[in-house]
Design a protein around this ligand. Sequence first.
Ligand code: ADP
Ligand code: MG
Length: 355
Amino acid sequence: MKRIAALFLALGMVLAAGCAKKDQDGPEQREVYAMDTAMVLTIYGEDALRAANAAEEEIYRLDSLLSRTNEASKVSLLNNAEGKMVPVGVALCDLIQTAATYTELTDGAFDITIAPVVSAWGFTTDHYQVPEQEELEELLTHVGMEHVQLSGKSSASAGYENASLDPGTQIDMGGIAKGYASDRLSVIFQEHQIPQALISLGGNVLAWGSKPNGSAWRVGIQDPNAPSDPNAYVGILQLTDAFAVTSGSYERFFEQDGVTYHHIIDPSTGYPAQNGLVSVTVVADAAQGNGTMCDALSTALFVMGREKALDFWRSGACDFEMILVDEDGLVTVTAGLEDCFQAAEGGGYTYEVVS
Ligand code: ADP
Ligand code: MG
């Protein structure tokens, strides 16, 4: 009996430490597991407790709206509607429209209709397999934003409320959901007048304000060669009021017959993008919408590869900076980050600043 009581006490302490923590003058800290990833929120300010509660609630709400594995989510209802129109609500319609904008801007490198292909590789269920070429070709005929329709505006200024997909087409918001969530959290921080916060939604960072002592937040760029070592970095970014989103092939992958297959799919081939990049980090100001942009672009630029990604950055189509890591150990940093990027020593990487 005593042992059970002691166990409960220990468990209670771990839970208390894991879920919500606030020292007298310290930040409100939360660890949340949602969207298939571990999230950490550190929030300062007088209203930090309420902001943290609202942020946590919003993350769970978005997870149950956008998840592909939760059968009751709006995305699942749409994916399973077999061509019928579904009242998915304005928020999801808006996000689908935003996704479509990035599909157009990136020439199809970012495409939420890649869903059936992602599933064929087993990334949705973790039952990994290499699909047959024939199967991929058939699935690719259902990929493309022309297979998505929105309708039901109540007035000219209102958003769409309903969506439908051509039979065979499905959507996967995995490449944009965490970025969108980080945008939503920035709205909550504004509402609660939060002066400083550091948010990490599994590779999607929001550095809100500065550190309480006035210095910049330090955000490590994971060393793709040591993905399980949380202290192995290719470099550190010093950020104030910024989003920083990383997509990496090391984040989710499987191996078959000595070949590694990862979870970022090139919609032009149906295969995991294979062009020498191992990670892409996109950085932008903490302006509304930029969290979503950074997430969509990190996925798209990964698909494009180094040269096309640099062309896209130079085109000025979107306002962002980036860090590309390729498999040969070259780290490319765009000029706007030169002053806030600190290379890590001893990782065997070479660094190049481009303009
Ligand atoms: P992560 O989710 O690991 O942070 P990303 O933001 O790059 O990484 O998103 C990858 C996820 O996006 C995949 O797991 C899949 O659900 C989806 N996805 C894969 N390829 C594409 C693509 N070309 N366009 C849009 N979404 C994609
Ligand atoms: Mg992404």
